[in-house]
Design a protein around this ligand. Structure first.
Ligand code: ATP
Length: 201
């Protein structure tokens, strides 16, 4: 049986870095946030829903998304944001299911920044949290993106607290810099291979 494993973490926790290591081991990775962006301009059902809710102005004549128009509506308006999410999340689930059915491996990974917030973690067999302290995450993102401390903190505001994420995770990868990532990934890889074959816990 092919397992579906979710992987998440706060901004700058190292999700992408960890997924790259799994990928080197041959594990297929579905990047939900990238797929969601693609679907916004390719999925006919989703496009019709977005236009229905936010007007034809949500898209330019050339078919690209009018990000400013949509974000002006959903920014600071929880109800409108939830409406948008209620269209996007099912479209991503549909795409994930199709993608997963095409993979030939013991397990697949689904990386999503808001895995727990969206509730989509419930559809996975197990969920991994990549965990790192907030100060370190802010420092890494400032260096990676060349942005200010305040900008990173603002991006963190929509996310759950680290404690809430820890409570929901089945496995934790510690990326505080004291433990190496590769041995932790190798350990989990073995755990998932065993679980997929119905073997050792
Ligand atoms: P985002 O939520 O913004 O997409 P992310 O969780 O995917 O971020 P990464 O992009 O993987 O995080 O990591 C953030 C930055 O920290 C990157 O520049 C990455 O190279 C660096 N980084 C990640 N893990 C480590 C580590 N163990 N040691 C040093 N640098 C690290």
């Amino acid at each position: 049986m092919m397992l579906k494993i979710g992987i998440t973490g706060g901004i700058g926790s190292g999700k992408t870095t960890v997924c790259q290591i799994f990928s080197l081991l041959g594990v297929p990775v579905f990047y939900a946030d990238t797929v969601a962006k693609d679907l916004m301009v390719t999925d006919a059902v989703l496009i019709a829903q977005v236009k229905g809710a936010f007007g034809n102005k949500a898209y330019f004549d050339n078919g690209s998304l009018n990000r400013k128009h949509v974000s002006d509506i959903v920014f600071n308006n929880k109800q409108e944001l939830e409406k948008l999410n209620s269209y996007v999340h099912p479209a991503v689930f549909r795409a994930m299911d199709v993608w997963a059915s095409q993979q030939k491996s013991s397990y697949v990974l689904k990386e999503a920044a808001l895995l727990f917030e969206s509730g989509s973690y419930r559809q996975n067999d197990f969920n991994i949290l990549v965990s790192a302290d907030e100060d370190l995450r802010i420092k890494r993102v400032m260096e990676r993106d060349g942005v200010t401390h305040d900008k990173v903190e603002a991006r963190m505001r929509n996310q759950l607290s680290e404690q809430e994420r820890l409570n929901k995770a089945d496995f934790v990868i510690d990326n505080n810099g004291t433990q190496l990532l590769i041995p932790q990934v190798l350990h989990l890889h073995q755990v998932f291979l065993d679980k997929a074959s119905g073997g050792a816990q």
